[in-house]
Design a protein around this ligand. Structure first.
Ligand code: TYD
Length: 204
């Protein structure tokens, strides 16, 4: 089996830049690396992604959203993540179940037991390592503005929503210190990569 690393954090914290840096570093060391993201990462999941990240912030409630994320996640696991892990690749996934806990449960108000039940139904693999990129909410939202056109449904949910998201990521990391490591995303990209690599090296 390969290794399963997830990158988590709020808007504009630099997960995609870190994913590129980690993938390049691990490939240079001779590992097969699959870099992927949620929602998406497989054709069916990508089609669901458009429903989630586009349109009015209120078009889905927290349970509806969670079920769409769950369908996308199962498709992504089946088509992409599980085959890669089975052939021994390292999988670096930008967002995973902790995002659902932060956005839909903590910020969106979904009952946590519903997410726990869905994770059990999906038999969602537990990451070997989760890097939580932490950054001031205002700075993150400013950085993420001007990202992919039209994919701003969550960015538009307001500062309070995003403050709850950040607080929950920190709470998850505090509850699961073995799996989750906090990375200071206010640093320069090279320093973020160096801090993240120190944690990744513990998996080697
Ligand atoms: P994306 O453009 O990929 O945002 P980012 O670059 O910040 O990762 O859009 C994904 C959005 O979906 C993001 O705002 C977080 C949200 N999301 C959830 O609310 N729940 C989830 O389970 C996942 C995977 C993502």
């Amino acid at each position: 089996m390969g290794r399963f690393i997830t990158l988590e954090g709020g808007e504009g914290v630099g997960k995609s830049t870190l994913a590129r840096g980690l993938a390049a570093t691990l490939r240079a060391r001779g590992f097969e690396v699959l870099a992927t993201r949620e929602p998406g990462g497989a054709p069916g999941a990508d089609a669901i992604r458009a429903l989630l990240v586009q349109g009015e912030p209120g078009r889905w409630d927290a349970l509806e959203e969670t079920l769409l994320f769950a369908a996308a996640r199962l498709n992504h696991l089946r088509e992409t993540i599980r085959p890669a892990l089975a052939r021994g690749a390292w999988v670096i996934c930008d967002r995973y179940t902790d995002s659902t806990r932060a956005y839909q449960v903590a910020a969106g108000g979904l009952d946590a037991a519903k997410l726990d039940a869905l994770n059990a139904i999906l038999r969602a693999e537990r990451p070997d390592l989760t890097l939580v990129l932490d950054l001031d909410v205002g700075e993150g939202l400013a950085r993420s503005r001007g990202g992919s056109a039209g994919e701003d449904r969550f960015e538009r949910k307001g500062a309070d929503f995003h403050a709850r998201v950040r607080a929950e990521f920190l709470a998850i990391a505090a509850r699961e210190p073995g799996r989750c490591k906090i990375v200071n995303a206010a640093q320069a990209p090279e320093a973020v990569l160096a801090q993240a690599l120190a944690f990744v090296e513990t998996l080697l």
